[in-house]
Design a protein around this ligand. Structure first.
Ligand code: CA
Length: 224
């Protein structure tokens, strides 16, 4: 597992490198957006830890460039404590997760584990989340074995949430994903779909949480 850290604060980058190497990852470190760009061009990487506030080219621009190349590399962005807007834009540009500074190393390591697992696990046909199972081929959801009747929109929404359990998904990301069907979906409509889907799943203990100003996340399932 190879991780690239793009962070211009040497103390923070040093601590991250140390902790991640201890956890068995190979770690590269760059200190500017331009260096990050070139490291991302020619390396076999499993995760990018990306500071938003980078010199020469901002983290958001690096992310944009990366996603414009159709790269699906998992990206964890580091934002300042008051960086809510950065964070929303980062998620809109295709970041997979974010963590606000200052953070506990243990928290960061947990996020890294979750993101790198996703990167290598491939895409199983059956996704499970507590009492919910979702068949990605047949596009059917079951709660405790019972089929849940879902509209096409709700199915789309559920797929996005299930593929990123515990991670935040912005409304704009949901709009983008749902619009792949070639229809206009407004951000208000997203609220309605989320509301309906939430009602259909709550009896099975599957919770869709609203994170104010940021988006939605699928809560951890209740232990079975
Ligand atoms: Ca910085």
């Amino acid at each position: 597992m190879r991780i690239l850290i793009a962070e211009d604060d040497p103390a923070l980058a040093g601590a991250l490198q140390h902790a991640l190497r201890d956890a068995g990852y190979a770690v590269d470190w760059v200190t500017s957006g331009l260096e990050a760009d070139s490291a991302l061009q020619d390396s076999e990487l499993d995760l990018l830890i990306l500071d938003i506030g980078l010199p020469k080219k901002s983290g958001l621009e690096v992310l944009k460039t990366l996603r414009a190349r159709d790269s699906h590399l998992p990206v964890l962005i580091l934002t300042a404590l008051d960086g809510v807007n950065d964070c929303v834009r980062g998620l809109d540009y295709g970041a997979d997760d974010y963590i606000a500074k200052p953070f506990e190393l243990a928290e960061l390591q947990a996020r890294v584990r979750s993101l790198t697992r996703r990167g290598t696990a491939g895409s199983p046909t059956l996704l499970k989340h507590g009492a919910l199972t979702y068949d990605q081929v047949g596009r059917t959801a079951r709660l405790n074995g019972e089929v849940v009747e879902l509209s096409a929109r709700e199915v789309g929404l559920l797929e996005i949430l299930l593929r990123r359990p515990g991670r935040l998904i912005s409304k704009n990301q949901l709009v983008d994903h749902l619009c792949e069907w070639g229809e206009e979906v407004s951000s208000n409509a997203i609220e309605v779909y989320v509301h309906r889907l939430r009602r259909k799943l709550e009896s099975g203990g599957v919770r869709i949480l609203t994170v104010r100003r940021l988006g939605y996340t699928l809560d951890r399932p209740d232990p079975q």
